[in-house]
Design a protein around this ligand. Structure first.
Ligand SMILES: NC(=O)c1ccc[n+]([C@@H]2O[C@H](COP(=O)([O-])OP(=O)(O)OC[C@H]3O[C@@H](n4cnc5c(N)ncnc54)[C@H](OP(=O)(O)O)[C@@H]3O)[C@@H](O)[C@H]2O)c1
Length: 272
């Protein structure tokens, strides 16, 4: 029994690999660039590209459980190759699949819904790790500038991973769509204060006007679609984004990790 993790070098995938290794499970990690990837010694590394499914057959050999991402490429474009990936997985003998979904469903979820593999969908509103977007301005200027200060029930990537691991290893999760949140809803200003506690430094919090925010995103080279999406999210986030759910604790048996914990674990990235 081998578990194949796609997105294994990413924010969530790295955690899934680490937690599977901790449980003593045989792990194979997929990457497009094995030479650049760093994994624990017991992890088998496989080269493959989800956007080019013909490259995946060797990586899927002997695999019984599969963690999937739904995007391909560094611009996070939705994968159009879901039917091929799911057909190859079924042919290889995969029996359990966990899928980390994006905001919109893709061909991956569509193909899984049409097929008969047991699969578990992981949905999240906002990762705690998005705070990395603030790291440069905190290190360089001691400030965070955001548009909108609405509470969000941000979730720790290790908790997303813990739910994925349960879905990959344990029975009883097939057919579930798990919406994952952290244990509290925090505004960006509250998260910035907790980061300040972690780095033992006062961090200023500045709210941008919509125009200032649009200008800052344009200056950062973001395209029109991304700017509209981010402005909409900052001005009027979906109601669900501030609702704390008990899913992580129900599935993993332990409370969701707090943002204070995330900040302490990642403090080095915010120190100048
Ligand atoms: N950030 C949030 O708040 C949030 C909220 C809800 C949902 N999400 C969703 O979560 C997902 C992001 O997850 P993440 O942060 O863990 O991703 P990430 O850190 O950006 O990871 C990128 C990973 O994707 C792999 N990858 C990219 N294109 C690939 C391809 N064509 N074939 C194979 N592997 C490929 C990369 O592998 P290599 O480079 O090693 O090949 C890398 O491991 C997205 O679907 C996003 O929509 C995010």
């Amino acid at each position: 029994m081998t578990i194949l993790v796609t997105g294994a070098t990413g924010t969530v995938g790295r955690q899934i690999v680490a937690q599977l290794v901790e449980r003593g499970a045989p792990v194979r990690a997929l990457t497009r660039n094995p030479a650049a990837a760093r994994f624990p010694a017991s992890v088998e590394v496989a080269c493959g590209d989800l956007a080019a499914p013909q490259t995946l057959a060797p990586a899927l050999e002997g695999v019984t459980a599969l963690h999937l991402i739904t995007f391909g490429g560094d611009d996070h474009a939705p994968l159009p190759t879901g039917p091929d990936i799911v057909a190859l997985a079924a042919k290889a003998g995969v029996r359990r699949v966990s899928v980390l979904s994006s905001w919109d469903e893709t061909s991956v979820e569509e193909a899984l819904r049409a097929g008969d593999l047991g699969w578990t969908q992981l949905l999240c509103v906002e990762f705690m790790a998005n705070a990395y977007d603030w790291a440069a301005s905190i290190r360089e200027e001691g400030v965070v500038r955001v548009f909108g200060n609405h509470p969000g029930a941000v979730v720790h990537e290790a908790d997303i991973a813990a739910v994925a691991v349960a879905a990959l290893v344990d029975d009883g999760h097939a057919g579930q769509a798990y919406m994952l949140t952290g244990p509290e809803a925090l505004t960006p200003a509250e998260r910035v204060r907790l980061l300040g506690d972690a780095v033992e430094r006062e961090i200023r919090f500045e709210e941008l006007s919509e125009e200032e925010y649009r200008a800052s995103m344009r200056a950062a080279g973001e395209g029109d679609d991304m700017i509209e999406f981010a402005v909409q999210l900052g001005a009027d986030p979906p109601g669900a984004s501030s609702v704390v759910l008990p899913t992580v604790e129900k599935v993993t048996g332990r409370p969701g990790r707090t943002f204070a914990q995330w900040a302490a674990e990642n403090a080095a990235a915010f120190r100048s």
